[in-house]
Design a binder for this molecule. Structure first.
Ligand code: SAH
Ligand code: SF4
Length: 355
Protein backbone atom coordinates (compact mmCIF):
# COMPACT_ATOMS: atom_id res chain seq x y z
CA UNK A 1 0.00 0.00 0.00
CA UNK A 2 1.27 3.41 -0.96
CA UNK A 3 0.37 6.77 0.56
CA UNK A 4 -0.71 8.79 -2.47
CA UNK A 5 0.25 12.07 -0.76
CA UNK A 6 3.88 11.01 -1.01
CA UNK A 7 3.92 11.22 -4.80
CA UNK A 8 4.83 14.22 -6.90
CA UNK A 9 2.72 14.90 -9.98
CA UNK A 10 5.49 13.45 -12.18
CA UNK A 11 5.59 10.29 -10.08
CA UNK A 12 1.82 9.99 -10.26
CA UNK A 13 2.04 10.29 -14.06
CA UNK A 14 4.68 7.55 -14.13
CA UNK A 15 2.46 5.34 -12.00
CA UNK A 16 -0.53 5.77 -14.29
CA UNK A 17 1.62 5.16 -17.33
CA UNK A 18 2.88 1.92 -15.77
CA UNK A 19 -0.77 0.89 -15.44
CA UNK A 20 -1.40 1.64 -19.12
CA UNK A 21 -3.61 4.62 -18.29
CA UNK A 22 -3.42 7.95 -20.14
CA UNK A 23 -1.32 10.47 -18.21
CA UNK A 24 -4.08 13.11 -18.17
CA UNK A 25 -5.68 10.92 -15.52
CA UNK A 26 -2.81 11.86 -13.20
CA UNK A 27 -3.73 15.52 -13.51
CA UNK A 28 -7.38 14.65 -12.74
CA UNK A 29 -6.39 12.72 -9.62
CA UNK A 30 -4.09 15.58 -8.61
CA UNK A 31 -7.02 18.02 -8.83
CA UNK A 32 -9.14 15.73 -6.64
CA UNK A 33 -6.35 15.47 -4.09
CA UNK A 34 -5.20 19.06 -3.75
CA UNK A 35 -7.84 21.32 -5.26
CA UNK A 36 -11.09 19.49 -4.52
CA UNK A 37 -9.47 17.88 -1.46
CA UNK A 38 -11.57 14.72 -1.34
CA UNK A 39 -11.18 12.07 1.35
CA UNK A 40 -11.91 8.94 -0.71
CA UNK A 41 -11.35 7.47 -4.17
CA UNK A 42 -15.12 7.08 -4.62
CA UNK A 43 -15.47 10.84 -4.76
CA UNK A 44 -13.18 11.06 -7.83
CA UNK A 45 -16.20 10.87 -10.05
CA UNK A 46 -14.62 11.68 -13.41
CA UNK A 47 -12.37 8.61 -13.21
CA UNK A 48 -13.59 5.32 -14.69
CA UNK A 49 -14.75 2.83 -12.07
CA UNK A 50 -11.95 0.33 -12.80
CA UNK A 51 -9.34 3.03 -12.13
CA UNK A 52 -10.95 4.08 -8.88
CA UNK A 53 -10.95 0.43 -7.79
CA UNK A 54 -7.33 -0.03 -8.80
CA UNK A 55 -6.35 3.11 -6.89
CA UNK A 56 -8.24 1.99 -3.81
CA UNK A 57 -6.67 -1.48 -3.91
CA UNK A 58 -3.07 -0.26 -3.93
CA UNK A 59 -3.15 3.15 -2.27
CA UNK A 60 -4.10 5.02 0.86
CA UNK A 61 -5.18 8.63 1.13
CA UNK A 62 -2.88 9.47 3.99
CA UNK A 63 -1.02 7.87 6.85
CA UNK A 64 -2.25 9.87 9.82
CA UNK A 65 -4.51 7.83 12.04
CA UNK A 66 -6.72 10.13 14.09
CA UNK A 67 -6.66 8.95 17.73
CA UNK A 68 -8.66 11.77 19.32
CA UNK A 69 -10.24 15.13 18.59
CA UNK A 70 -11.39 17.86 20.96
CA UNK A 71 -13.14 21.16 20.31
CA UNK A 72 -12.60 24.21 22.48
CA UNK A 73 -15.30 26.66 23.57
CA UNK A 74 -13.76 29.19 21.16
CA UNK A 75 -14.01 26.76 18.21
CA UNK A 76 -10.36 25.69 18.21
CA UNK A 77 -9.98 22.03 17.25
CA UNK A 78 -7.13 19.88 18.55
CA UNK A 79 -6.31 16.53 17.00
CA UNK A 80 -4.13 13.70 18.14
CA UNK A 81 -2.70 11.53 15.36
CA UNK A 82 -0.99 8.17 15.71
CA UNK A 83 1.88 7.62 13.27
CA UNK A 84 2.81 4.27 11.74
CA UNK A 85 5.36 3.55 14.49
CA UNK A 86 2.99 4.47 17.32
CA UNK A 87 4.33 7.99 17.90
CA UNK A 88 1.66 10.55 18.71
CA UNK A 89 1.54 14.12 17.40
CA UNK A 90 -0.97 16.92 17.68
CA UNK A 91 -2.27 19.57 15.29
CA UNK A 92 -4.67 22.42 15.86
CA UNK A 93 -7.16 24.32 13.69
CA UNK A 94 -7.99 27.87 14.71
CA UNK A 95 -10.98 29.52 13.09
CA UNK A 96 -10.80 33.30 13.54
CA UNK A 97 -13.66 35.78 13.35
CA UNK A 98 -12.53 37.02 9.96
CA UNK A 99 -12.24 34.49 7.14
CA UNK A 100 -8.95 33.01 8.29
CA UNK A 101 -8.72 29.29 9.00
CA UNK A 102 -5.31 28.55 10.41
CA UNK A 103 -3.76 25.12 10.86
CA UNK A 104 -1.00 24.80 13.44
CA UNK A 105 1.09 21.74 12.57
CA UNK A 106 3.88 19.73 14.20
CA UNK A 107 7.31 19.06 12.74
CA UNK A 108 8.62 16.54 15.29
CA UNK A 109 7.26 14.01 17.78
CA UNK A 110 8.42 15.79 20.93
CA UNK A 111 11.21 18.37 20.94
CA UNK A 112 14.86 18.30 21.91
CA UNK A 113 15.16 22.00 22.78
CA UNK A 114 13.95 21.74 26.38
CA UNK A 115 12.40 25.19 26.84
CA UNK A 116 11.28 25.03 30.46
CA UNK A 117 7.79 26.51 30.03
CA UNK A 118 6.76 24.39 27.04
CA UNK A 119 4.83 21.11 27.38
CA UNK A 120 6.48 19.69 24.24
CA UNK A 121 9.91 20.58 25.59
CA UNK A 122 9.04 18.95 28.90
CA UNK A 123 8.29 15.62 27.20
CA UNK A 124 11.58 15.22 25.33
CA UNK A 125 12.38 14.21 21.76
CA UNK A 126 11.22 11.08 19.95
CA UNK A 127 11.85 11.64 16.24
CA UNK A 128 11.67 13.96 13.25
CA UNK A 129 8.55 13.87 11.09
CA UNK A 130 8.84 13.21 7.35
CA UNK A 131 7.82 15.95 4.90
CA UNK A 132 4.62 14.03 4.14
CA UNK A 133 3.76 13.63 7.84
CA UNK A 134 4.11 17.40 8.25
CA UNK A 135 2.29 18.31 5.03
CA UNK A 136 -0.53 15.83 5.58
CA UNK A 137 -1.61 17.47 8.86
CA UNK A 138 -2.57 20.54 6.79
CA UNK A 139 -4.19 18.38 4.10
CA UNK A 140 -6.42 16.73 6.70
CA UNK A 141 -7.80 20.05 7.93
CA UNK A 142 -8.09 21.31 4.35
CA UNK A 143 -10.11 18.21 3.45
CA UNK A 144 -12.51 18.63 6.36
CA UNK A 145 -12.99 22.35 5.74
CA UNK A 146 -13.72 21.60 2.08
CA UNK A 147 -16.59 19.33 3.14
CA UNK A 148 -18.09 22.30 5.00
CA UNK A 149 -17.69 24.54 1.95
CA UNK A 150 -14.78 26.27 3.67
CA UNK A 151 -11.10 26.69 2.85
CA UNK A 152 -7.88 26.40 4.81
CA UNK A 153 -6.19 29.80 4.44
CA UNK A 154 -3.12 29.83 6.72
CA UNK A 155 -0.60 27.36 8.07
CA UNK A 156 1.77 27.91 10.98
CA UNK A 157 4.62 25.52 11.80
CA UNK A 158 4.17 26.17 15.50
CA UNK A 159 2.94 22.84 16.81
CA UNK A 160 5.12 20.22 18.45
CA UNK A 161 8.80 20.32 17.64
CA UNK A 162 11.45 22.70 16.37
CA UNK A 163 11.05 23.12 12.58
CA UNK A 164 14.68 24.15 12.03
CA UNK A 165 15.99 21.11 13.94
CA UNK A 166 14.18 19.13 11.21
CA UNK A 167 15.15 21.67 8.58
CA UNK A 168 15.03 19.75 5.30
CA UNK A 169 11.68 18.09 6.00
CA UNK A 170 10.11 21.32 7.25
CA UNK A 171 11.22 23.26 4.18
CA UNK A 172 10.10 20.43 1.87
CA UNK A 173 6.70 20.48 3.57
CA UNK A 174 6.49 24.28 3.23
CA UNK A 175 7.22 24.01 -0.50
CA UNK A 176 4.43 21.47 -0.88
CA UNK A 177 1.98 23.64 1.09
CA UNK A 178 2.63 26.31 -1.52
CA UNK A 179 2.86 24.27 -4.72
CA UNK A 180 0.35 21.49 -4.04
CA UNK A 181 -2.12 22.85 -1.50
CA UNK A 182 -2.04 26.39 -2.92
CA UNK A 183 -1.33 28.17 0.38
CA UNK A 184 0.48 31.44 -0.39
CA UNK A 185 3.94 31.93 1.14
CA UNK A 186 2.68 35.00 2.97
CA UNK A 187 0.05 32.82 4.65
CA UNK A 188 2.65 30.43 6.05
CA UNK A 189 4.61 31.10 9.25
CA UNK A 190 7.55 29.14 10.54
CA UNK A 191 8.49 29.63 14.18
CA UNK A 192 11.94 28.80 15.52
CA UNK A 193 13.55 28.82 18.94
CA UNK A 194 16.51 30.47 17.23
CA UNK A 195 18.86 28.02 15.48
CA UNK A 196 21.22 30.58 13.99
CA UNK A 197 22.76 28.68 11.02
CA UNK A 198 19.31 27.51 9.90
CA UNK A 199 17.86 31.04 10.09
CA UNK A 200 20.63 32.17 7.74
CA UNK A 201 20.02 29.19 5.47
CA UNK A 202 16.29 29.92 5.46
CA UNK A 203 17.02 33.53 4.47
CA UNK A 204 18.84 32.16 1.42
CA UNK A 205 15.92 29.92 0.34
CA UNK A 206 14.24 32.86 -1.35
CA UNK A 207 10.84 32.09 0.17
CA UNK A 208 8.41 34.81 1.23
CA UNK A 209 7.29 32.79 4.24
CA UNK A 210 6.86 34.62 7.57
CA UNK A 211 9.50 34.01 10.21
CA UNK A 212 8.77 34.06 13.94
CA UNK A 213 11.51 33.85 16.55
CA UNK A 214 10.85 32.62 20.08
CA UNK A 215 12.83 35.26 21.97
CA UNK A 216 11.10 35.47 25.39
CA UNK A 217 13.95 37.33 27.10
CA UNK A 218 16.22 40.27 26.25
CA UNK A 219 19.26 39.40 28.37
CA UNK A 220 21.35 36.26 27.96
CA UNK A 221 21.12 35.53 31.67
CA UNK A 222 17.31 35.52 31.64
CA UNK A 223 17.02 33.74 28.28
CA UNK A 224 19.39 30.97 29.35
CA UNK A 225 17.13 30.20 32.29
CA UNK A 226 14.15 29.72 30.00
CA UNK A 227 15.68 28.44 26.74
CA UNK A 228 18.72 26.15 26.94
CA UNK A 229 19.43 26.92 23.25
CA UNK A 230 20.68 30.33 24.36
CA UNK A 231 23.79 28.61 25.74
CA UNK A 232 24.68 27.74 22.15
CA UNK A 233 23.87 31.08 20.49
CA UNK A 234 23.74 34.34 22.42
CA UNK A 235 21.02 36.91 21.71
CA UNK A 236 23.45 39.10 19.72
CA UNK A 237 24.21 36.20 17.36
CA UNK A 238 20.51 35.40 17.05
CA UNK A 239 19.61 38.99 16.22
CA UNK A 240 22.50 39.07 13.73
CA UNK A 241 20.86 36.17 11.87
CA UNK A 242 17.50 37.99 12.02
CA UNK A 243 19.08 41.12 10.49
CA UNK A 244 20.47 38.92 7.71
CA UNK A 245 16.99 37.44 7.12
CA UNK A 246 15.43 40.92 6.91
CA UNK A 247 18.17 42.11 4.56
CA UNK A 248 17.79 39.11 2.25
CA UNK A 249 13.98 38.92 2.18
CA UNK A 250 12.79 42.43 3.00
CA UNK A 251 10.35 40.74 5.38
CA UNK A 252 9.49 41.78 8.90
CA UNK A 253 10.44 39.34 11.68
CA UNK A 254 8.04 38.52 14.52
CA UNK A 255 9.45 37.99 18.00
CA UNK A 256 7.40 35.76 20.27
CA UNK A 257 7.27 36.63 23.95
CA UNK A 258 5.48 34.28 26.39
CA UNK A 259 4.84 36.77 29.19
CA UNK A 260 5.64 35.20 32.56
CA UNK A 261 4.81 37.02 35.81
CA UNK A 262 7.91 38.21 37.64
CA UNK A 263 10.27 36.78 34.99
CA UNK A 264 10.19 38.59 31.66
CA UNK A 265 7.38 41.11 32.25
CA UNK A 266 9.59 43.59 34.11
CA UNK A 267 10.41 47.17 33.03
CA UNK A 268 14.08 46.09 32.95
CA UNK A 269 13.36 43.41 30.33
CA UNK A 270 11.18 45.84 28.36
CA UNK A 271 13.97 48.45 28.20
CA UNK A 272 16.58 45.82 27.29
CA UNK A 273 14.30 44.53 24.53
CA UNK A 274 13.48 48.03 23.26
CA UNK A 275 17.20 48.85 22.99
CA UNK A 276 17.98 45.64 21.12
CA UNK A 277 15.11 45.87 18.64
CA UNK A 278 14.97 49.62 18.07
CA UNK A 279 15.19 50.40 14.35
CA UNK A 280 14.71 46.79 13.30
CA UNK A 281 11.94 45.74 10.86
CA UNK A 282 10.06 43.65 13.41
CA UNK A 283 7.05 43.16 15.60
CA UNK A 284 6.74 41.71 19.10
CA UNK A 285 3.95 39.22 19.72
CA UNK A 286 3.15 38.86 23.41
CA UNK A 287 1.38 35.67 24.54
CA UNK A 288 0.49 35.49 28.23
CA UNK A 289 2.07 32.22 29.43
CA UNK A 290 -0.16 29.19 28.91
CA UNK A 291 -0.22 26.74 31.81
CA UNK A 292 1.77 23.49 31.57
CA UNK A 293 2.19 20.88 34.27
CA UNK A 294 5.99 21.08 34.37
CA UNK A 295 6.35 24.83 34.98
CA UNK A 296 4.81 26.42 38.06
CA UNK A 297 4.74 30.06 36.95
CA UNK A 298 1.82 32.35 36.17
CA UNK A 299 1.04 34.41 33.09
CA UNK A 300 1.83 38.11 33.33
CA UNK A 301 -1.20 40.25 34.19
CA UNK A 302 -2.59 42.65 31.58
CA UNK A 303 -1.54 45.73 33.53
CA UNK A 304 2.11 44.65 33.39
CA UNK A 305 1.80 43.66 29.74
CA UNK A 306 0.38 47.08 28.83
CA UNK A 307 3.20 48.82 30.69
CA UNK A 308 5.67 46.55 28.84
CA UNK A 309 4.13 47.53 25.49
CA UNK A 310 4.31 51.24 26.39
CA UNK A 311 8.04 50.96 27.09
CA UNK A 312 8.61 49.16 23.78
CA UNK A 313 6.65 51.89 22.02
CA UNK A 314 9.01 54.50 23.45
CA UNK A 315 11.77 52.75 21.44
CA UNK A 316 9.57 52.65 18.33
CA UNK A 317 9.12 48.87 18.60
CA UNK A 318 5.57 47.72 17.75
CA UNK A 319 4.04 45.07 20.01
CA UNK A 320 0.64 43.43 20.36
CA UNK A 321 -0.91 40.85 22.66
CA UNK A 322 -2.05 37.69 20.98
CA UNK A 323 -5.44 36.33 21.99
CA UNK A 324 -5.07 33.02 23.81
CA UNK A 325 -6.90 30.23 22.07
CA UNK A 326 -7.95 26.71 22.94
CA UNK A 327 -6.66 26.92 26.51
CA UNK A 328 -9.54 24.84 27.91
CA UNK A 329 -8.44 21.87 25.76
CA UNK A 330 -4.67 22.43 26.11
CA UNK A 331 -4.40 23.48 22.47
CA UNK A 332 -2.67 26.82 23.17
CA UNK A 333 0.95 27.67 22.31
CA UNK A 334 3.32 25.39 24.14
CA UNK A 335 0.58 23.11 25.48
CA UNK A 336 0.87 20.33 22.91
CA UNK A 337 2.21 17.11 24.26
CA UNK A 338 1.73 13.37 24.20
CA UNK A 339 3.61 10.49 25.67
CA UNK A 340 6.87 10.16 23.80
CA UNK A 341 7.90 6.72 22.72
CA UNK A 342 11.67 6.73 22.92
CA UNK A 343 13.75 5.31 20.11
CA UNK A 344 14.65 2.15 22.04
CA UNK A 345 10.97 1.32 22.50
CA UNK A 346 10.20 1.91 18.82
CA UNK A 347 12.49 -1.02 18.02
CA UNK A 348 10.31 -3.24 20.14
CA UNK A 349 7.02 -1.92 18.85
CA UNK A 350 7.67 -1.97 15.14
CA UNK A 351 9.54 -4.17 12.76
CA UNK A 352 11.04 -1.15 11.01
CA UNK A 353 14.74 -0.64 11.56
CA UNK A 354 15.51 2.46 13.64
CA UNK A 355 17.51 5.09 11.79
N1 SAH B 1 9.68 25.18 18.33
C1 SAH B 1 9.19 26.34 17.73
C2 SAH B 1 7.74 26.26 17.33
C3 SAH B 1 6.80 25.59 18.30
S1 SAH B 1 6.45 26.41 19.80
C4 SAH B 1 9.45 27.54 18.63
O1 SAH B 1 9.79 27.36 19.78
O2 SAH B 1 9.34 28.65 18.13
C5 SAH B 1 5.32 27.69 19.32
C6 SAH B 1 5.38 28.93 20.18
O3 SAH B 1 4.78 28.69 21.47
C7 SAH B 1 6.78 29.41 20.47
O4 SAH B 1 6.87 30.81 20.32
C8 SAH B 1 6.96 29.02 21.91
O5 SAH B 1 7.97 29.74 22.53
C9 SAH B 1 5.59 29.28 22.47
N2 SAH B 1 5.33 28.64 23.75
C10 SAH B 1 5.86 27.50 24.24
N3 SAH B 1 5.37 27.23 25.46
C11 SAH B 1 4.49 28.22 25.76
C12 SAH B 1 3.64 28.49 26.88
N4 SAH B 1 3.58 27.67 27.92
N5 SAH B 1 2.88 29.60 26.84
C13 SAH B 1 2.91 30.44 25.77
N6 SAH B 1 3.67 30.22 24.68
C14 SAH B 1 4.47 29.13 24.68
FE1 SF4 C 1 10.62 22.99 21.39
FE2 SF4 C 1 9.48 25.30 20.65
FE3 SF4 C 1 8.67 24.01 22.86
FE4 SF4 C 1 11.07 25.18 22.83
S1 SF4 C 1 9.07 26.20 22.66
S2 SF4 C 1 10.62 23.13 23.61
S3 SF4 C 1 11.68 24.81 20.72
S4 SF4 C 1 8.48 23.28 20.77
Amino acid sequence: MRNLYELTLAQLEDLLQSWGEPTFRARQIWTWLYDRRVASFDEMTNLPKHLREKLAADNRLGDLDMAAERTSRDGTIKRLYRLHDGQLIESVLMPYDDDRRTACISTQAGCAMGCVFCATGQMGFARHLTPTEIFEQAVRFARDLELQGDRLSNVVLMGMGEPFHNYDSSVAAIRRLMSDLGIGARHITVSTVGLVPQIRRFADEGLQVKLAISLHAATDQERQKLLPVNKRWLITELLGACHYYIEKTGRRVTFEWAAIAGENDTPGQAHALGKRLSGMLCHVNIIPLNPTSGYAHSPAVMERINAFIDILESYGVPATVRVRRGIDIDAGCGQLKSAVIHASEINILSDQPAD
